[in-house]
Design a binder for this molecule. Structure first.
Ligand code: PHE
Length: 444
């Protein structure tokens, strides 16, 4: 039998998990949704939900994975044999499959911009990024081609395995991401009128919040931490049994919150300073940020570095999405490279309509949304909350409290933390999810 795969170090595990968490959500989606939902109030709501809902769920997934040492589906089977609970694992695998299919579309846009940078089509001070963006997303050849490239990189890394693939890549990509962000924030904050952007972010306008934006923030708190889909179950199953999970969970949540706020601080001051609309929507990052770099000395080089790091953040999330599907099929029996190619190719094909929905298929609509938006809505607002709800119920009602306690804490000084976590997971998480969900779907 093959040796079971494991992370080579705790920091490797933390960086890979933070890599899964930090991605398009923090850098692209949160900023533009915040822009459309009135700024600071939305961010505040997101921070609160991350701590009260996301964090307990992250710990719950870590417990399932580390205690069973198994990938998403088998882990539930081992804890609750002969029951249907392992359907949570299937739900997670399907959700990640769909998610990666449209995630790779945006990954492709980033790759296109990198190519533009290398071939001198961006930078130089007089590029109309609005037109460039429209061209990139509407051209079927460019967008599908770049999406394929993004998937190929993901497939190769996941095919290499945990230590030599995902861990090695994350250990390099994540620290680099932090450093570049700081450079970017300094630039953005020193632009004229930058303060307007800061106050947009820090002065919450609660009147802009409604039940829809609350569901959105709730969805984001799952999406940004990669919880509710058992990705973190799979990742923590590669952790040696005796390893603590509390500190890694804190680190992942903290890094994720930092980057989310960093992203806002890098983007909004620039948006206001350059006279753009904060509510620009999905194009915010691809249109506004390049314009910011245009104003810098050596702007093209900075833009390129930023794009590469943005790509890294997206890739490290994509690795986890493909990994959970590959791991659930291979079940530790090997053949990972071949499976990675097979599954990755399927994901790519399923993602093509999402890509085309920005261009040639833009007239086609599902439930009043484009294919891309419908897939995103299904994943972020329906499948992830359902997955999160089921995981919280599974861990807090199906698993024994004494087992959970011994899994979670080795030292008695954490007893209070355990009780708080248990309470949140058993009562607060499910109730909040159900209430928000029912309200938004207008059932109550
Ligand atoms: N957390 C990732 C992001 O913010 C998305 C993701 C969700 C990745 C679920 C894996 C699992 O971009």
């Amino acid at each position: 039998m093959e040796q079971k795969e494991q992370w080579s170090s705790k920091i490797g595990f933390i960086l890979a998990s933070a890599g899964s968490a930090i991605g398009l959500g923090a850098i692209w989606k949160l900023p533009y949704v915040t822009g459309m939902s009135g700024g600071g109030a939305f961010i505040l709501l997101f921070v609160i939900l991350s701590l009260l809902i996301g964090f307990p769920l992250l710990l719950a997934e870590f417990i399932i994975g580390r205690s069973t040492q198994k990938e998403a589906i088998s882990a539930y089977k081992q804890i609750a044999p002969g029951s249907k609970w392992h359907w949570i694992g299937y739900l997670g695998v399907v959700t990640c499959f769909i998610l990666l299919s449209f995630y790779s579309v945006i990954g492709g846009w980033i790759i296109q911009y990198i190519v533009f940078g290398l071939t001198g089509q961006v930078g130089g001070g007089n590029v109309d990024y609005e037109t460039l963006f429209t061209q990139s997303v509407t051209s079927p050849v460019l967008s599908v081609g770049a999406q394929a490239l993004f998937m190929i990189i993901t497939i190769i890394v996941v095919g290499k395995g945990i230590q030599t693939g995902i861990e090695k890549a994350s250990k390099f990509m994540m620290p680099a991401l932090f450093i570049l962000f700081i450079v970017l924030i300094i630039r953005s904050l020193t632009l004229e009128n930058a303060i307007e952007g800061v106050s947009f972010l820090l002065n919450p306008d609660f009147s802009k919040l409604n039940s829809e934006s609350i569901l959105f923030a709730l969805g984001q708190s799952f999406f940004l931490l990669s919880v509710g889909v058992s990705v973190m179950v799979t990742y923590s199953s590669y952790l040696p049994k005796g390893e603590s999970i509390i500190q890694p969970a804190f680190s992942v949540v903290a890094m994720n919150l930092f980057i989310s706020i960093f992203a806002g601080l890098a983007i909004f001051p620039a948006v206001f300073s350059l006279g753009f609309e904060p509510a620009a929507g999905p194009g915010l990052l691809f249109i506004v940020l390049p314009s910011v770099f245009e104003k810098m000395v050596f702007g093209t080089i900075f833009l390129l570095i930023f794009l590469i790091l943005f790509l890294f953040a997206t890739l490290t999330s994509a690795f986890s999405l493909l990994e959970i599907v590959v791991a659930s099929v291979s079940k530790g029996k090997g053949g990972r490279n071949r499976l990675s190619w097979m599954i990755g190719s399927l994901v790519f094909m399923v993602g093509i309509p999402s890509s085309l929905s920005f261009g040639v298929w833009s007239d086609f609509s599902l439930f009043g949304k484009s294919i891309f938006d419908a897939a995103d809505y299904l994943v972020s607002n329906i499948l992830m909350p359902i997955g999160a709800l089921l995981i919280s119920i599974f861990v807090s009602y199906r698993m024994k409290k004494s087992v959970l306690k011994s899994e979670l804490i080795q030292k008695s000084k954490y007893s209070l933390l355990f009780e708080v976590w248990y309470f949140l997971l058993r009562y607060v998480v499910p109730i909040v999810i159900i209430v928000v969900f029912l309200d938004v779907t207008n059932i109550i």
